[in-house]
Design a protein around this ligand. Structure first.
Ligand code: XIL
Length: 351
């Protein structure tokens, strides 16, 4: 049995031994709040949450999401594999359901994501290497998707995770860069999106910017290159998939660096894993994100988006392409939907 699998199983046994949330009684932080004022009523900016169609009709999720959040980011439904999964016909049905829920519940929708190194589709694989055809298909896809959601989304992660996750600070090599040019695929994506939607805030988005200085430097260099080329880049997003070992001030320094270009800033996917570091630090880390956003000039505060409502909703708890399910408590509400102490800390910091 491989070590990862063994650790996960051991984690599962440990999970059972300490009340099912992966945190032993001695590690638990302060008691959870009995009543929690809605986040969205306390913040000087939108407070978002990741959403999937399978959650919308589930009362536990829907009640918390509509009470505390005023922006949804589809966790999967606006990605290329959701729109083009079944061959070559654009399927908007899943994303439309999330937009409908948002309208009913008075929330905005944030589009995530038009171009990502991690996903492609048959129509592009077939055109791989034929530059003109590829460029036309790229433009058509972005126009078709961004055009459909014009007026329904307030912004897009136009290009997601463009920088290599190593010490190089270089741009990733991907099907988009190989066919359209290393930075040209990024510039073109912004131009095509703006052609289709004149109003949305257009973001470049990446992760580990708080913990990898070279990656943050590369991200900022790319943003400056795009601006110098006249690309309609109007926002910078830091995903902030953190853990409890994240040093104090890391989020604040990153948000301040991103804001130095004068664009809008989005803490776009925050979760704080308790599998690493001291779990009682989780609230302080969420609070730092809220305070860093609140400290920005009003016109740059795009908002903070939490990557899930309850711990059980977290992607970190789901098996996926490279790991079995993990015991973790990375979000603000526990598996039963009860607010944790970190929810109180986050809410207090929003104001
Ligand atoms: C993740 C989703 O949360 C998972 O449900 C899905 O299986 C894989 O993608 N950075 C991103 C997000 O920009 O799109 C990823 O979302 C998490 C990392």
């Amino acid at each position: 049995m491989n070590p990862t699998r063994r650790a996960a199983l051991a984690g599962g046994f440990a999970l059972a031994a300490c009340g099912g949330d992966g945190v032993s009684a001695s590690q638990k932080g302060p008691a959870a709040p009995s009543r929690l004022a809605p986040f969205k009523d306390r913040a000087a900016f939108p407070v978002g949450v990741a959403a999937m169609t399978g959650q919308l009709a589930e009362a536990g999720w829907s009640g918390l999401a509509s009470t505390h959040f005023n922006r949804l980011t589809p966790e999967w439904e606006m990605k290329m594999e959701a729109f083009l999964g079944e061959g070559d016909r654009l399927d908007f049905s899943r994303a439309d359901r999330i937009c409908a829920w948002a309208r009913t519940n008075g929330a905005e929708v944030f589009g995530h994501t038009l171009v990502w190194y991690a996903q492609s589709a048959p129509r592009f694989e077939r055109l791989n290497g034929s530059r003109r055809g590829f460029a036309e298909a790229y433009r058509t896809y972005i126009h078709d998707v961004a055009g459909r959601y014009r007026g329904q989304v307030t912004g897009w992660d136009v290009v997601n995770e463009p920088i290599a996750d190593d010490a190089s600070g270089q741009l990733r090599d991907c099907i988009w860069s190989r066919n359209l040019g290393q930075t040209d695929y990024v510039r073109l994506a912004f131009e095509h999106t703006r052609e289709a939607d004149p109003d949305a805030v257009l973001f470049l988005n990446d992760y580990n910017l708080e913990t990898n200085p070279r990656k943050l430097d590369g991200f900022m260099r790319l943003a400056e290159t795009l601006l110098e080329a006249g690309a309609p880049l109007t926002g910078l997003g830091t995903q902030t998939h953190a853990d409890c070992a994240l040093p104090d001030g890391a989020i604040e320094r990153t948000v301040r660096r991103l804001a130095s270009l004068g664009l809008k800033v989005h803490v776009s996917e925050i979760d704080v894993s308790t599998a690493t570091g001291r779990p009682e630090r989780q609230g302080a880390i969420f609070a730092e994100a809220a305070e860093a956003m609140a400290a920005l000039p009003a016109e740059q505060r795009f908002g903070v988006t939490v990557w899930g409502v309850r711990d059980s909703d977290s992607w970190l708890r789901r098996a996926d392409w490279h790991r079995p399910p993990q015991p973790d408590t990375p979000l603000l509400f526990d598996d039963g939907g009860r607010p944790k102490a970190s929810a109180q800390a986050f809410g207090d910091a929003l104001g």
